[in-house]
Design a protein. Structure first.
Length: 226
């Protein structure tokens, strides 16, 4: 910052921090008031108005010619009792299942082993511990699985053993006519066994194949062929 001494007129260069304060002249040692720097005039910035966006309507979509469509008829509904291979022909329910799946799902083999411990008295009056075990084997089956059970084979050996036992009993308790009756009973058992064997060989395969095609309705219990 530069200023002139009002007494000797010498040009003095001072620091800007001394503006508005008093300082001595270097030439004549006159104490003068350092003038404050002139403030710049305030400048007002005028911004031009922003241009407003122009809204334009979108161009119309091109129209496409459509071929006339034929009216669609409503699908025909089958009656409730219609049999299509999956629904029950009696009540029309779809809650059906194969008889073989019902039978296999509701039949299980049970095999358990139980151990027992007890204390008993000997004839002399002493205590004696008793340890034992029991095995249980069987087939557990639900009522629904029993209804869907497959056709059973015939036991051809049961007829022979039944006739033989009956013949022995008749021969023991009826001595006069026991032997002829025993012979007839044994012959009847052999004939029945032959018939059972023929049934298992010729009739049972067809019945089992028909059972594989059977379905059961869980709502009404009706059994039908698929």
């Amino acid at each position: 910052m530069k200023c002139h001494c009002p007494k000797c007129g010498v040009l003095i260069e001072v620091n800007d921090l001394l503006a508005g304060r008093k300082a001595a002249c270097n030439a004549c040692r006159y104490v003068l008031q350092i003038p404050a720097p002139a403030r710049p005039a305030a400048v007002t910035i005028i911004q031009p108005p922003l241009p407003q966006p122009v809204l334009r309507a979108p161009p119309p979509l091109p129209t496409q010619s459509r071929a006339p469509t034929s009216p669609i008829s409503a699908p025909s509904q089958a009656p409730v009792g219609a049999h299509d291979g999956w629904c029950c022909p009696q009540c029309g329910s779809e809650e059906t299942q194969s008889a073989s799946i019902i039978y296999r799902g509701g039949t299980s083999t049970v095999k358990t082993t139980s151990r027992h411990r007890a204390v008993t008295f000997t004839p002399s009056g002493h205590l004696m511990p008793v340890v034992g075990s029991s095995n249980t084997e069987g087939v557990q089956q639900t009522q629904l699985a029993a209804m869907a059970a497959p056709p059973a084979r015939r036991n051809k050996a049961a007829a022979i053993w039944g006739g033989l036992v009956a013949g022995i009993v008749l021969s023991i308790f009826l001595p006069p006519c026991g032997l002829p009756l025993a012979a007839l009973t044994i012959v009847a058992g052999v004939i029945t066994s032959i018939q059972d064997s023929k049934f298992n060989r010729e009739v049972w395969p067809g019945l089992h194949a028909e059972w594989e095609r059977k379905w059961m309705c869980h709502r009404c219990g009706h059994v039908f062929l698929k």
